[in-house]
Design a protein around this ligand. Structure first.
Ligand code: NAI
Ligand code: MG
Length: 350
């Protein structure tokens, strides 16, 4: 039987609530498709930090490196200053494990089309993938504050864009586009951010020509307009770290909400594990109420299973989510879990 070691990093707030559901459906799909998952609990997050002062200890990181994949819920808590966990855990994992692609598919699932406001205005459906550069740009941590607390206090954040970093990300996106529609759109703000924009444009033109994909370009502000008004123009979007963060929340809102949106932080060279997580955060406003939607975590699990080569199990998770949505969704996390389990059981019986 095939087996996988998966690190289970549920994190804070609704993270543990949605990851518990994801683990169960993965185990259930494994029983049908002939694989078993050895879960490695990894209790990092705000509680661990407040108790020990540790965010991501080196020995834990070394253990994480040995996993086949990492399933993450969300981190961040009102009781921890902003950035401590988001940067110290999430961004550090992305850098340490060289997860240079953040893959964020956005599809308006058939069961939601009828209720969709953009659809009702006659716009074509949304079925796109954003390939967000995940280790550089404004999230690389370059910058600082001088003269803090004075009238001349100065804060800078620098956007780092290396030729190698941009190229490997664009290469991944172009290969993905070649396997889909053959269309790749670069989203940037090259009319104002002329230095980084020029590098991204030159690299995208070279790589697109080399891989035989058609390259389109949109400024990030216009891309937001098109996502709402004419999303059919997009298939694969490649963009930098900040723009990708922002436009994927918009794409999520247009395709059923943050609760449904999946993502993978991918190391395409497979020199270590990739990290899969729902796009949403720890949602402290609804944590503990039992209302968190686990679908984003389950669809992220489907991305993870595909990455591990378990395509049939991934397809089962996708179709189970579609079936539950088709039946009107579920009002609570527990109801989602039961409905998904019943759907998967039907597939076992088939
Ligand atoms: P959020 O995504 O946690 O919540 C935004 C809104 O969406 C809230 O009203 C929340 O109730 C709702 N929501 C989110 N996920 C949901 C789900 N599965 N089901 C139903 N409703 C859902 O973003 P917010 O409030 O900006 O951030 C909260 C904390 O999470 C912060 O500490 C932030 O830094 C952190 N965060 C962590 C991320 C990660 O771990 N990758 C990503 C985004 C935020
Ligand atoms: Mg975000």
């Amino acid at each position: 039987m095939r087996s996988y070691v998966i690190a289970d990093l549920p994190g804070d707030g609704i993270g543990p609530e949605v990851i518990a559901v994801a683990r169960d459906v993965i185990d259930q799909a494994g029983r049908r498709h002939g694989f078993v998952v050895h879960w490695r609990p990894c209790p990092l997050g705000s509680e661990h930090y407040l108790r020990t002062g540790q965010v991501l200890p080196d020995d834990v990181l070394e253990n994480l490196r040995k996993a086949d994949a990492i399933l993450l819920g969300a981190v961040g808590s009102p009781s921890v200053p902003p950035g401590v966990l988001e940067r110290g855990l999430l961004l550090r994992l992305r850098a340490e494990l060289d997860l240079y692609v953040n893959l964020r598919p956005s599809r308006l699932r058939p069961s939601l089309e009828s209720q969709h406001s953009v659809m009702s205005r006659g716009a074509p459906g949304i079925d796109l993938v954003v390939v967000r550069e995940n280790t550089e740009g404004l999230y690389a941590g370059a910058g600082g504050t001088v003269h803090r607390g004075t009238a001349f206090e100065t804060a800078t954040e620098e956007s780092l864009n290396t030729r190698a970093g941009v190229e490997r990300c664009v290469r991944y996106a172009a290969a993905l586009a070649a396997g889909r529609s053959g269309r790749l759109t670069l989203v940037h703000k090259a009319n104002v951010l002329v230095h980084a924009g020029d590098l991204w444009l030159r690299v995208a033109r070279e790589v697109a020509a080399e891989q035989g994909v058609e390259l389109d370009y949109a400024h990030v502000d216009a891309a937001c307009l098109y996502l709402v008004d004419d999303p059919g123009r997009f298939d694969v979007i490649v963009t930098d770290n900040l723009f990708g963060d922002i436009i994927t929340d918009l794409a999520a809102a247009l395709t059923g909400g943050l609760g449904l949106a999946p993502s993978g932080n991918i190391n395409p060279d497979r020199t270590g594990p990739s990290v899969f997580e729902p796009v949403h955060g720890s949602a402290p406003d609804i944590a503990g109420t039992g209302k968190a939607n686990p679908a984003g975590a389950v669809l992220s699990s489907a991305l993870m299973l595909s990455h591990l080569g378990e395509h049939a199990a991934a397809a089962d998770l996708e179709s189970a989510v579609d079936a539950v949505l088709g039946a009107g969704g579920a009002p609570t996390t527990r109801a989602w879990a039961d409905a998904l389990s019943a759907e998967l059981a039907k597939r076992v019986a088939r």
